[in-house]
Design a protein around this ligand. Structure first.
Ligand code: P53
Length: 479
């Protein structure tokens, strides 16, 4: 296999993680309790539960992660051995502001990331940092109602300012909110909690609450972009979206319109963050549904003044939708309007595998937003088997990456898409966000630990480790 193409000079090759999924050390260095700390272990098809605070006797996988908090120097050596030039991680908000509403940051937390980023740079790896990746302080959920509360804007901007100032000489690429558009699926309490810290009762209008929370987040993001540029004009501060293109099931005009509305609904966040304004259809939609969204003139000015420098995005899969007689207005309800794609395979967790969808999504975003792109997550969650000699044979993962990287390269070389870099998700095995499992592995590096946190935590190189090392060494030419 080798149809690869050479990527532009200075293209960033790396890996991506989030603090809560690998650090562990959930109470070390004065860290506060985050929303990830109250999520129990689920399984494939079994949702994680959210407990009322940390309860004795429950299993909370994010409490231990893969102990990166203590082991990062040796892990970074392995990343460097793969040739990685960047490393995407997040700053756990609760290490810096344990409750989220303090006025002074926690120095021990700040020092941890200082040391981590210094160690990255020593290894020739530049940190790429997400500020809010599914790990907001739990206190902000309980005491303020999460992002239903406008006060959260100030708390987030304070957090962003502290991080920007402290790490301005170590970090150039930032992102504000991870996969801000996951909450399009507002019927599912998980994205509502992970994105927005919302815990709603049956009386609430969940869809309206989602639009409101997302608005405050986008205002906070825009204010952070503006502030960041004032602190260091070289900063590149991006939005971060989960790109799952939504195709029409057939060429029926109503299916086409349904897919168009589905894409508008799932990606209006990108319109706001890249272009600085809401698309017209959203206001019309709110009016028809009698949603009262608090948006001030100052908010609108902030959105305009703080558009994202680039669009970071994850890509795992594509979706398919279709029109129905019961839905003549083409309202997109993500929990109910997706159907299976008969033309693609699925992972063991039901995620539809579609390499061409990556190229499609890259072209679509470029045409729509005219911003550089950064693939900050892509990968294949699978069951792996550790052999007695310490090896792991994962041809399925190599195939997935081969096919996706090839489409990425076509988008760049043949279509002219402006792409900053590529960071595969969970390049070291970590805790799954959706299921809390360890068994859903993404890594090029195997971590010996099971779903209950048992194991030696020893790291070993999978076959895909050597494969990706070669891809990086040839700047994408040898796939
Ligand atoms: P896990 C849903 C759909 C696409 C990406 O996911 C998603 C999710 C939410 O789980 O999340 C991103 O671990 C997210 C990471 C997450 C990764 O994809 O559920 O940014 O935190 O781990 C993979 O298999």
């Amino acid at each position: 296999m080798s149809e690869g193409m050479t990527m532009p000079k200075d293209f960033l090759w790396g890996g991506a993680v989030a603090a809560h999924q690998l650090e562990g050390g959930w109470q070390e260095g004065g860290k506060g309790v985050s929303i990830a700390d109250v999520m129990t272990a689920g399984a494939n098809g079994v949702p994680r539960r959210v407990t009322d605070g940390v309860q004795p006797g429950e299993v909370y996988p994010n409490h231990w992660g893969i102990d990166f908090y203590h082991r990062y120097p040796e892990d970074l050596k392995l990343f460097a051995e793969m040739g990685m030039t960047c490393f995407r991680t997040s700053i756990a908000w609760t290490r810096i502001f344990p409750n989220g509403d303090e006025t002074e940051p926690n120095e021990a937390g700040l020092k941890f990331y200082d040391d981590l980023f210094t160690e990255c740079l020593k290894n020739g790896i530049q940190p790429v940092v997400t500020l809010s990746h599914f790990e907001m302080p739990y206190h902000l959920v309980k005491a303020y109602g999460g992002w239903s509360n406008r006060k959260l804007i100030d708390f987030f901007v304070r957090f962003a300012e502290v991080c920007f100032k402290r790490y301005q000489h170590q970090v150039k690429y930032w992102m504000t909110f991870n996969e801000i558009n996951n909450q399009t699926n507002w019927r599912d309490p998980h994205p509502l909690l992970q994105n927005s810290g919302l815990q709603l009762d049956d009386a609430a209008n969940w869809e309206e609450a989602m639009y409101q929370a997302a608005h405050y987040e986008m205002v906070a993001s825009a204010l952070a972009v503006k502030l960041g540029h004032a602190i260091n004009p070289d900063f590149q501060i991006g939005a971060m979206l989960a790109m799952c293109p939504i195709y029409p099931l057939t060429a029926k005009p109503t299916d086409i319109m349904m897919a168009e509305r589905a894409m508008q609904t799932r990606y209006y966040y990108g319109d706001v963050q890249a272009l600085g304004t809401y698309p017209a259809w959203v206001s019309k939609y709110w009016q028809r549904h009698d949603f009262q969204i608090d948006i001030t003139a100052a908010d609108r000015a902030a959105l305009k003044a703080g558009t994202a420098d680039y669009i970071g995005f994850s890509y795992y899969m594509s979706f398919v939708t279709k029109a129905t007689k019961e839905n003549p207005d083409f309202v997109y309800d993500e929990a109910n309007d997706l159907v299976s794609n008969p033309y693609v395979e699925k992972s063991d967790w039901g995620w539809q595998i579609d390499p061409v969808g990556l190229r499609y999504g890259m072209n679509w975003m470029t045409d729509r937003w005219h911003k550089p792109l950064f693939i900050v997550e892509n990968g294949f969650g699978a069951h792996d088997k550790l052999e007695a000699d310490g090896s792991v044979h994962d041809p399925y993962r190599i195939n997935y990456f081969h096919d996706h990287i090839l489409q990425m390269e076509k988008a760049v070389v043949e279509d002219g898409v402006d792409l900053i870099g590529y960071t595969p998700w969970g390049h070291i095995d970590l805790i799954s966000a959706s299921t809390g499992e360890m068994a859903k592995r993404y890594g090029f590096i195997y971590v010996d630990q099971d779903d209950l946190g048992q194991g030696t935590l020893q790291r070993s190189r999978k076959d895909s480790f050597y494969w990706f090392q070669k891809v990086v060494a040839t700047n994408g030419a040898d796939l």
